[in-house]
Design a protein around this ligand. Structure first.
Ligand code: ZN
Length: 98
C-alpha cells in the first residue's frame, strides 16, 4: 500500500465518521421530530439531512409507520416488545428488498 492509498483511506474514514455522527444525531432527533417537539431550526436541519441521506430517510419512514401503528392501537398498553418486533420485521423486509 502506498502512502497515497493510506491518505485516501484516512479521508474515507474521516468522511464516514462524520456522516455517522450526523446520522446518529439525526436518528436521535427522529422521534422528537415525529412528536413535533423539535425547534424549527432543528426540524429544518433534520429535514435537510433526510433529504440527502437515504438510509436515514428509510429509518424515518419506518418510524412514521411505527408511530402510526402505536397511535392507532386501541390497547391501553401495547404489549411489551411490540415496537421492537415490528421494527425488526420492517428492517428484515427492507434487508430482503435490497
Ligand atoms: Zn443520515
Amino acid at each position: 500500500m502506498t502512502d497515497d492509498d493510506r491518505a485516501l483511506d484516512d479521508d474515507v474514514h474521516a468522511r464516514l465518521t462524520t456522516e455517522e455522527d450526523a446520522c446518529g444525531a439525526a436518528l436521535r432527533q427522529l422521534w422528537t421530530y415525529l412528536d413535533r417537539e423539535l425547534t424549527p431550526d432543528d426540524e429544518e436541519e433534520l429535514r435537510d439531512h433526510l433529504a440527502g441521506c437515504p438510509p436515514c430517510l428509510a429509518e424515518y419512514s419506518i418510524d412514521v409507520v411505527l408511530k402510526d401503528i402505536v397511535r392507532r392501537s386501541c390497547r391501553e398498553e401495547a404489549p411489551a416488545g411490540l415496537r421492537v418486533r415490528i421494527r425488526q420485521t420492517l428492517l428484515d423486509v427492507r434487508a430482503d428488498g435490497v
